[in-house]
Design a protein around this ligand. Structure first.
Ligand SMILES: Nc1ncnc2c1ncn2[C@@H]1O[C@H](COP(=O)(O)OP(=O)(O)O)[C@@H](O)[C@H]1O
Ligand SMILES: [Mg+2]
Length: 364
């Protein structure tokens, strides 16, 4: 269920998207220019840009590995992500595994500083990520740009000869996929509360020109008492521009939007995935499934979503309408994140009040 389609390809990123400068860790907006490609060597692009103080800086904005030895790969990754030479074990105690994803193992950890802050440490094997170099760059870049209560915070990045360590905010909870697979049947009001948080998170990400591209239950951590969520795993995320299309086929089969499969898409693909996860949370099954990926992709492109009465009889018409407005194959007609927050199923109370996204899910 969680298997990703492919890794992201940096070269297809839009030319006018604001990007984060890895070298000076500045949030200045840079007009991206195409990276020169030369087989067999590492290519870096230098760019002059203005930082937040208005000063011009010459920065390394993008590195791309085409074919490289392990050693220079590690060195260039360190340079590209601006990772210091410090040893993680001098700063953190690393504990037991708390999660395993397709690319990384996540362990609990504690800061050795006086506050002993508990953290989650996502550990990625350099050999493995050599194939997906762009994913780690995008993951770090997006997490550095994002600042939202429902998005995991990145504290620090370390690396040694064999591994990269992302020190993340620790989430006391489980991922939504495990929660459902372990047998918990979410009630509609719990799903609604999760969706209120998710849509406001995606509205925020899209407003800062980040498309997540791998929205799925496995990538959402939930506190099982309060149903507060945190979006994790930005390994397929990318900066986008409204003017350009993305082309890279990436994501996770059950959740992937039809336009992604066709190879030309924009931020709307995240909203399709939200439609899929909503259907899944309400019914316990994804709307499109098949025994092979190729049949599944055919079905996503051609088939209409079914709402069998024996499953849907006790689910509200508003919840169903919400999904119908997201699982529209024509992405231009699909509800945006902003519109979804105003949808009658999610919207509660006065527009001017700040309570809408702060509404807690009361347990009963
Ligand atoms: N910050 C965190 N706090 C606690 N558990 C986490 C955290 N981040 C990830 N996990 C757990 O680790 C799993 C894998 O993490 P993820 O970032 O999705 O890795 P991958 O990129 O390999 O898919 C998640 O599904 C979750 O169960
Ligand atoms: Mg994941």
């Amino acid at each position: 269920m969680g298997q990703a389609i492919s890794s992201c390809c940096t070269c297809e990123q839009p030319s006018k998207a604001p990007v984060h400068c890895f070298t000076c860790a500045d949030d200045a907006k840079i007009n991206r220019t195409k990276v020169d490609r030369t087989a067999g060597e590492v290519v870096f692009k230098e760019k002059i840009h203005k930082n937040s103080e208005g000063k011009h800086k010459k920065c390394l904005i993008k590195g791309e590995i085409l074919k490289d030895s392990n050693k220079s790969f590690a060195e260039n990754l360190r340079k590209s992500l601006n990772i210091s030479e410090q040893n993680i074990y001098d700063f953190y105690k690393i504990g037991k595994v708390v999660g395993i994803g397709e690319y990384g193992t996540v362990r609990e950890g504690w800061s050795l500083a006086e506050d002993s802050l508990k953290v989650a440490i996502k550990i990625l094997d350099l050999k493995e990520i050599q194939k997906t170099f762009k994913s780690i760059c995008c993951e770090v870049s997006s997490l550095k740009q994002a600042n939202h209560k429902n998005i995991i915070k990145l504290h620090q990045v370390f690396m040694d000869d064999k591994k990269v360590y992302l020190v993340l905010e620790y989430v006391d909870g489980v991922d939504l996929s495990d929660f459902i697979v372990d047998g918990y049947k979410l009630r509609e009001k719990e799903v609604k509360y999760i969706l209120q948080q998710m849509t406001s998170t995606i509205e925020y990400l899209h407003s800062i020109h980040i498309c997540h591209r791998d929205i799925k239950l496995d990538n959402i951590m939930v506190n099982t008492d309060t149903f507060d969520i945190k979006l994790i795993d930005f390994g397929f995320s990318t900066n986008f521009s409204e003017l350009d299309h993305l082309n890279c086929k990436c994501g996770t089969p059950y959740y992937v939007a039809p336009e992604v499969l066709k190879g030309s898409y924009g931020k709307e693909c995240d909203m399709w995935s939200i439609g899929i996860m909503t259907y899944y949370m309400l019914t316990g099954e994804p709307p499109f499934h098949s025994d092979s990926d190729s049949k599944l992709f055919d079905s996503i492109i051609k088939d209409e979503v079914m709402y069998p009465t024996k499953v849907w009889y006790n689910i509200s018409s508003e919840a169903r309408d919400f999904i119908e407005k997201l699982l529209i194959k024509d992405c231009k007609k699909r509800m945006t994140a902003e519109e979804s927050l105003e949808h009658e199923w999610l919207y509660e109370g006065d527009k001017s009040s700040s309570t809408r996204s702060d509404t807690k899910c009361e347990s009963s």
